[in-house]
Ligand binder design. Structure first.
Ligand code: EPU
Length: 292
């Protein structure tokens, strides 16, 4: 790659991606860029387009499995403060796409606004949450999104208003290169009631999910009316280990990794779960995580 004159101060070469993800597996990126503001980001995206450099955008790295092969392109990371602002005004919360969802949740709860407390404990950025419509059994982020600003792969900024947005189970229409920011509409409620609901969500999560291990959350979407974790457990796969990766014995829809794991170990477990559940129950499991 002929490198991107004028951007050297925000670029790192041959950078390992594994430490930037929760599963901690995968290869390197030819270049990792950390733009400091939206103008710099826009200029970088345009320059990559002109030079034919492949681009990927990294959110919080919590719902992502990075391939073992090195990526011959540029990974953009939105970790600068300019992308993670959070402002509350009345019942509207405006956040930068790189803000951690957990910070948006806590700022909203602190302001006495209800809705997002049901998303407590979901890692990652709000941009990633909107792209994949992150949620729980009770609610998802799409319930609260009123507007999204994005940057397209050709470097154009667009404002997507409610009529241009659609959210489904762990998917959304927001598929542009970067989520720059969003507006969420919440409701006021008694702060004690909101906090109590948030505590209950946390207690359920802690009781059922392997939160202290390296994982990417749930690997598969739940098939309609069924539970992927239940099906994988019934297929007898809890605790199955390949290399440094293991189907969690706490929650079978989680794969947990240790430091020697590779992406290939995780992919083999994914395939094992898919073929066992297909053979035994005739159900096709679809992955929920992003795979690079
Ligand atoms: N179950 C099993 N064995 C297991 C795991 C679950 O039998 O190994 C059973 C449970 O006993 C329960 C049912 O399956 O009866 C559902 O389990 P759970 O309540 O843990 O919820 P889930 O459907 O597995 C979903 C979301 C989670 C979210 C929880 C709580 C998906 C794919 N998963 O899990 O989201 O935290 O509800 O709201 O929709 C994620 O998206 O990454 C994620 C973790």
């Amino acid at each position: 790659m002929s490198l991107l004159d004028g951007f050297q101060s925000i670029l790192k070469q041959d950078e390992p991606l594994a430490p930037l993800t929760w599963l901690k597996v995968g290869g390197r990126a030819k270049c990792l860029a950390e733009p400091q503001n939206a103008q710099e980001l826009q200029a970088l995206v345009t320059a990559c387009g002109e030079q034919g450099i492949a681009l990927r955008v990294l959110g919080g790295g919590s719902n992502l499995l990075v391939g073992d092969a090195d990526f011959d392109g540029c990974v953009i990371r939105l970790n600068a403060p300019a992308f993670s602002s959070i402002e509350v005004s009345g019942t509207t919360v405006t956040a930068g796409g790189g803000a951690l969802l957990s910070n948006v949740v806590s700022e909203s709860v602190r302001a006495g606004l209800a809705g997002l407390e049901l998303l407590a404990g979901i890692p990652g950025t709000i941009g990633g949450a909107i792209h994949g419509n992150a949620g729980t059994r009770q609610a998802d982020i799409g319930n609260y999104v009123r507007g999204v600003s994005v940057l397209t792969a050709t470097g154009e900024r667009r404002e997507l208003t409610e009529d241009a947005l659609s959210f489904g189970y762990r998917e959304s229409s927001v598929d542009e290169l970067v989520v720059l920011g969003c507006q969420l509409e919440l409701k006021t409620d008694d702060p004690d009631v909101i906090t109590d609901r948030m505590r209950k969500v946390w207690i359920m999560k802690k009781a059922t999910q392997p939160l202290s291990s390296q994982s990417a959350g749930c690997i598969f979407k739940n098939p309609r009316g069924l539970s992927a974790g239940d099906l994988i457990e019934q297929a007898g796969l809890k605790g199955t280990r390949i290399g440094g990766a293991e189907i969690s014995d706490r929650h079978a829809n989680f794969i947990v990794t240790s430091d020697e794991a590779t992406c290939s170990d995780v992919l083999k477990l994914i395939e094992n779960a898919q073929s066992a559940v297909s053979e035994q129950f005739g159900v096709d499991l679809e992955t929920e995580i992003e795979i690079w």
